[in-house]
Design a protein around this ligand. Structure first.
Ligand SMILES: CC(C)(COP(=O)(O)OP(=O)(O)OC[C@H]1O[C@@H](n2cnc3c(N)ncnc32)[C@H](O)[C@@H]1OP(=O)(O)O)[C@@H](O)C(=O)NCCC(=O)NCCS
Length: 351
């Protein structure tokens, strides 16, 4: 057997990251490659304001959100083309051919088509063999964590599966109301991808614990207004910003839940090297990190460059942080997301 499942025995392990680590399960897989794709040209706050005649200022946008620029797709670019390019970079980094991939999961809520899924478009574009699992996951901005969680089941139940592509990809520019200054300044397009590779026996790096939650009673606070069964068009972002802000900080700043997940992973908050949160708003990230008592220098923050790219924001942030040389082998990461639904999730990971 290549790996141990979640029921493996708790074993005390040596001190790592300054904390005593209790190992309750060996990770099933690790990140073998990461990549991203952004549309060609960044659009500054000033350019966005001018393009859409918004009653706003670059200073207002940056001071309330931390966002300095975002990327929007141009003609010929779609969620699937961004996802495919991000996946190609991740495969190159992992030194893998698409032929080696056994499953393609794409987290998105802005798919090219209602059906088929973006994942099948990516599968075809990359040349991933027919017969592999390929499907989309829609948990809005928490989608990447939801997809990560699904990989644990796939690795646990399919012994022949060696590599899974997990992609977060969005073209939110397609669902923005450019007459609504309180939402259209917040979002951007992009894609990030990771290749997860099955661990060999004894390998201790990789995905440790993933948790998710949802509260559908909060759906009216952040939704698309329309959809296939409600008007037949995709709709645009409808959001009660201040209320969403408060919920996001409360959820992402939940110290007890975060500490519990890390404890289940065998660590404490003090042992964390990087918090990689969903990039919604720099003020949300700062407030949540403060509530978690995590110093700002341990928080990967890319919202200034990419804006909120929904399900793409965490893999984009991972790829960006790796390019910057911030992530080092053996470091403990906590990925953390919050989004429409509401949905949320966390994942602990040894890089
Ligand atoms: C949208 C958001 C940036 C607004 O910031 P805020 O500090 O809460 O601002 P408020 O909503 O209190 O609005 C203050 C004023 O600024 C105005 N305003 C909103 N957007 C503006 C803009 N782009 N430029 C200038 N003024 C703007 C509002 O209309 C309001 O004006 P009023 O007082 O005359 O009504 C903030 O609420 C937010 O980030 N919410 C969460 C968004 C999010 O991350 N969603 C996704 C979660 S996955």
């Amino acid at each position: 057997m290549h790996c141990r499942g979640p029921s493996a025995k708790r074993v005390a392990e040596p001190k790592e990251h300054g904390v005593h680590r209790l190992m309750n399960s060996a990770p099933l897989c690790h990140v073998a490659g990461v990549g991203h794709c952004l549309p060609n040209q960044p659009i500054s706050n000033a350019a966005l304001i001018e393009r859409y005649g918004l009653a706003s200022t670059p200073e207002w946008i940056e001071s309330r959100t931390g966002i300095q620029q975002r990327y929007f797709v141009e003609a010929g670019q779609t969620t699937a083309t961004l996802a495919t390019a991000a996946a190609q970079h991740a495969l190159t980094q992992a030194h893998l051919s698409p032929m080696a991939i056994g499953a393609v999961l794409v987290a998105t809520c802005t798919p090219d088509y209602t059906f088929p899924s973006v994942a099948t478009l990516v599968q075809a574009a990359l040349g991933v063999p027919a017969g592999t699992v390929a499907l989309d996951v829609n948990a809005a901005c928490s989608g990447f964590i939801a997809a990560l969680s699904m990989t644990q089941g796939l690795f646990a139940t399919r012994p022949a599966l060696q590599h899974i592509l997990v992609i977060g990809a969005e073209t939110f520019s397609n669902v923005l109301d450019f007459t609504d200054r309180s939402t259209c300044v917040l979002f951007g397009d992009g894609a990030g991808a990771v290749v997860l590779t099955r661990n060999q026996p004894g390998e201790t790096r990789g995905l440790l614990v993933v948790e998710q939650g949802a509260d559908g009673t909060q759906a009216p606070l952040l939704h698309s207004g329309h959809g296939v069964a409600r008007g037949g068009i995709a709709g645009t972002v409808q959001m009660q910003g201040a209320a969403v802000f408060k919920h996001a900080v409360r959820q992402m700043g939940d110290r007890a839940a975060t500490a519990a997940l890390l404890a289940q992973s065998g660590y404490t908050l003090a042992g964390l090297d990087w918090l990689v949160p969903h990039q919604a708003n720099a003020r949300i990230l700062e407030a949540a990190a403060e509530a978690l008592q995590i110093p700002p220098y341990k928080v990967i923050t890319t919202v200034g460059q990419h804006a909120n790219t929904s399900a793409a924001s965490i893999p984009l942030a991972l790829s960006h942080a790796q390019q910057q040389g911030q992530l080092k082998a053996g470091q403990l990461l906590l990925l953390q997301a919050f989004g429409a639904g509401f949905t949320w999730g966390m994942a602990s990971l040894i890089w």
